[in-house]
Design a protein. Structure first.
Length: 132
C-alpha cells in the first residue's frame, strides 16, 4: 500500500507541474490584440489556430489526472489503520488480576485457578472449547 501511495503522489506532482507549464504557455485574452498587428499566429508552433485548442484540451486532461490522483490519495488515506491486539491481551496469564500467580507444574496436577472440564464425547481431545 505504501508503494501505491508513492506512485499516486508522483503522478499528482507531475500533473500539477504539467498544469502550471501549460497555463503559462497559453496566451491571455489581451494577446489577441497584439497578434492583429503582425506578431501573432503566423509564427506559432501549433499553426494559425491550433495552439489554443491543443493547449486547452491538454490542460483539461492534466487537470482530470490531477483530480483523479487527489481522489485516490483521499481514498487511500481514509482507510482505517490495521489494529493489532491490545496491550492487555499481550500480558501473561499471571499478570491478569484475579488469576493464579503460579505457573502449573510439569506434573499431571491441575492448577486450582482453572477448573477441570470433562472430556468431550467427540473424541478430539479438545475439551475446553466452546461448542458451535
Amino acid at each position: 500500500m505504501n508503494s501505491l501511495h508513492t506512485i499516486i503522489v508522483v503522478v499528482q506532482v507531475l500533473s500539477a507541474l504539467t498544469i502550471v507549464g501549460l497555463v503559462l504557455l497559453q496566451h491571455g485574452k489581451g494577446a489577441d490584440m497584439g497578434a492583429s498587428f503582425g506578431s501573432g499566429a503566423s509564427g506559432s508552433l501549433f499553426g494559425a489556430t491550433g495552439s489554443s485548442n491543443f493547449l486547452s484540451k491538454f490542460t483539461g486532461i492534466a487537470a482530470a489526472i490531477f483530480f483523479a490522483a487527489t481522489l485516490g490519495l483521499a481514498f487511500i488515506s481514509n482507510k482505517p489503520a490495521e489494529t493489532s491486539a491490545g496491550v492487555m491481551e499481550n500480558l501473561p496469564v499471571s499478570a491478569v488480576p484475579g488469576a493464579e500467580a503460579t505457573a502449573p507444574a510439569a506434573s499431571s496436577e491441575v492448577p486450582t485457578a482453572v477448573p477441570a472440564a470433562p472430556a468431550s464425547s467427540n473424541g478430539t481431545g479438545q475439551s475446553n472449547q466452546i461448542p458451535k
